[in-house]
Design a protein around this ligand. Structure first.
Ligand SMILES: Cc1cc2nc3c(=O)[nH]c(=O)nc-3n(C[C@H](O)[C@H](O)[C@H](O)COP(=O)(O)OP(=O)(O)OC[C@H]3O[C@@H](n4cnc5c(N)ncnc54)[C@H](O)[C@@H]3O)c2cc1C
Length: 614
């Protein structure tokens, strides 16, 4: 047991185990209880569900609401919208499934106390755009968390899940998970009949624009550490579209959102000389993607592409023209409130840089790439679709079950379904929760068994970084530097540098190619070897160590997918310099990967895209 033998090992038995208590996890918990009144529903969360996940700070808009009660949009419309934005490639069965259920989820939020703004004339929810409705959302997450708290049998906060456990009686079946308490260091063994992974997306796998003292400032939540991907990858689940990272155009230095500015305040962008620039790049973009540039609305990545080209042509910075809109006191208030409910840091950045948007048009920039499955991109696990809607090839059991029996996912975890956002993630959690309960009911007495040998060897592995530190600190040469171990922050910076330089980050203007990706994989392999020697001086650093492990594995998956897809499908998100065109003949398909943890090999394959909606 080693130097830390004083810690306790705590066993928790459950029917449904929900990993991550963010939007999707809260939805999964709520619905598991609804369908499984007699079930033991356990949530495990590395922070505290009251304020955890990407919605921690609150939101100003719910970005996915059909408005079917007023015949504003139908689910099919949303599928067409997401398909267009993703350049043709979405799982239409999964997207339709969320769209048809998402309104009911938003109505629950309102019932639970979330203030949704109303149009005084029509009485309908106030629209920010075609899909977005505006909320007073500072307390969005606590409201949603309260529903999950009431539904759960027990919530275990402050426990970081590091690995899934597999069934010892049946191959390819999940049996639970292990993790440790980030405050006490106690080791937890969760035994479960079904597991729902809802552990959020991935920031900090690419070098961020804000470094040094500003490194915590990223667009996606800095604590989104890729567990949603690493946990299933390590267990052997198939992943999809992991190359489809997202790059966002945002206000410079604060990553403040621009959606409300474009949609509600009707502000627009211009180059440094006050000129419109998107039309300048029409022919250039058409040469890469063909007719996709003529689609409306123009796909997000293509608007990024025009932005990047204009800056490369020497006519940056690109600015948001706010001076006109901010003369209207109502719009000025909305402009500031938009940040106060969601990204307070942007207001602080503007104040600190003498930017009053009434007087100065603020600069925009493009972010470093992020990997996620719920926003405007669709990386994640390959999941079975709804019985009544999915093509046979997309169905192998229960809705939202991955390619491992009993392992479900929702939100950022599930691939192929962009534009679900906060409400769609909660709705997808509900879908997964309902399916997981059915799966358990069908199991009968044939329940999964956890192997003692497996969790004991994982316990040793999980705490190894503390052992490494304990031994290596005897050789500390200065501060915390020792030749025998690598600290989590150093490993993180090395990862970010590799991804930035070889896999299409900001440093290379989002450009990569096969030789770069090949070298990037070699660097990642060397980093993985060094991670055996990571040192953690306390439980906080132990959490950082495991977050890094998860980020590295997800990054390797991103790199493998980027190598496999030999085309430039999403210019503005990334470019394959050796295949600079979109290629619908060979690549109008999903990319799938599967990791073998014993050999370290990745199997890549294509899967068909079915267009179910006209
Ligand atoms: C900057 C920003 C702006 C956004 N704006 C909007 C908007 O305006 N409107 C909108 O509708 N949506 C918006 N979204 C999208 C929305 O926040 C996400 O779609 C949604 O939160 C995804 O839900 P999730 O449950 O998958 O992830 P999250 O809500 O992030 O939850 C993941 C949870 O898993 C936990 N976790 C992670 N790893 C582990 C582990 N190893 N062990 C235990 N627990 C773990 C995390 O602590 C967290 O609680 C925005 C997101 C961001 C980042």
């Amino acid at each position: 047991m080693g130097l830390f033998s004083g810690r306790k090992t705590i066993f928790v038995d459950s029917d449904v185990l929900v990993i991550g208590g963010g939007m999707a996890g809260c939805g999964a918990t709520y619905e598991s209880r609804y369908w499984g009144r007699d079930k033991k529903v356990v949530v495990v969360e590395k922070a505290n569900i009251e304020r955890s996940g990407a919605v921690a700070q609150g939101l100003y808009a719910i970005n996915c609401y059909m408005g079917m009660q007023w015949d504003e949009n139908q689910p099919e419309d949303h599928v067409r919208y997401a398909r267009n934005d993703l350049m043709g490639l979405v799982r239409e069965d999964l997207g339709y499934d969320i769209a048809r259920h998402v309104d009911a989820t938003v109505h629950l939020f309102e019932e639970w106390g979330l203030p949704i703004m109303k149009d005084p004339e029509t009485g309908r929810y106030l629209r920010e755009g075609k899909w977005q409705i505006m909320i007073h959302g500072e307390s969005y997450k606590p409201i949603v968390a309260e529903a999950a708290r009431k539904a759960a049998t027990k919530i275990y906060n402050r426990i970081m899940v590091t690995h899934l456990l597999m069934d010892e009686t049946k191959a390819n079946r999940v049996a639970g998970a292990v993790g440790f308490n980030v405050r006490t260091g106690d080791f937890y063994v969760f035994r479960a009949k079904a597991v729902i992974v809802a552990a959020g997306g991935a920031s900090h796998i690419y070098k961020p624009r804000a470094v040094g003292e500003g490194m915590g400032r990223t667009w996606y939540a800095p604590w989104s550490s890729a567990s949603a991907y690493a946990l299933p990858i390590l267990a052997g689940a198939k992943m999809t579209q992991m190359e489809n990272r997202i790059v966002l155009t945002r206000f410079k230095d604060g990553y403040g959102p621009v959606g409300a500015y474009f949609l509600h305040l009707k502000t627009y962008t211009e180059n440094a000389y006050g000129n419109e620039y998107e039309s300048t790049w029409y022919e250039n973009t058409k040469a890469i993607v063909g007719d996709y540039i003529d689609h409306l609305p123009v796909p997000t990545c293509l608007r990024n592409h025009a932005f990047l080209e204009e800056v490369k042509a020497g006519r940056g910075p690109i600015r948001m023209v706010t001076k006109e809109a901010f003369q209207d006191p109502h719009k000025e208030t909305v402009g500031w409130e938009n940040f106060l409910g969601m990204t307070i840091g942007q207001a602080v950045v503007w104040a600190s840089q003498n930017i009053d948007p009434k007087e100065i048009n603020p600069e925009l920039t493009t972010s470093e790439p992020y990997v996620m499955g719920s926003h405007a991109t669709c990386s994640g696990a390959w999941a079975s679709g709804p019985e009544d809607y999915a093509p046979d090839e997309y169905q192998w059991g229960y809705n939202r079950m991955m390619t491992i029996d009993g392992l479900f996912g929702a939100g950022d975890t599930i691939g192929g379904t962009a534009h679900k956002f906060s409400s769609g993630s909660f709705a997808e959690g509900r879908i997964a929760g309902k399916a997981a309960v059915k799966y358990i009911d069908d199991l009968g007495k044939e329940v999964p068994q956890v192997s003692e040998a497996e969790y004991q060897s994982l316990e040793k592995l999980v705490f190894q970084p503390m052992e490494n530190y304990e031994v290596g600190r005897n050789e500390i040469v200065a501060g915390t530097v020792s030749p025998s171990y690598l600290l989590p922050i150093h490993g993180l910076q090395r990862l970010e540098k590799i991804m930035d330089e070889y896999v299409g980050g900001i440093g290379s203007n989002y450009m990569t190619n096969e030789p770069l990706l090949t070298r990037g994989l070699e660097h990642l392999q060397m980093l993985k070897e060094d991670l055996d020697h990571i040192g953690a001086e306390d439980f906080h650093q132990l959490q950082r160590a495991w977050e890094l492990q998860h980020r590295v594995l997800a990054s390797e998956c991103v790199t493998q997918h980027t190598m496999f897809r030999k085309e430039t499908r999403w210019p503005g998100y990334y470019y394959r310099g050796d295949h600079m065109k979109l290629d619908d003949t060979d690549w109008h398909c999903f990319t799938l990967s599967q990791y073998d943890r014993n050999s370290g090999n990745w199997e890549m394959e294509k899967a068909p895209v079915y267009h179910i909606v006209d």
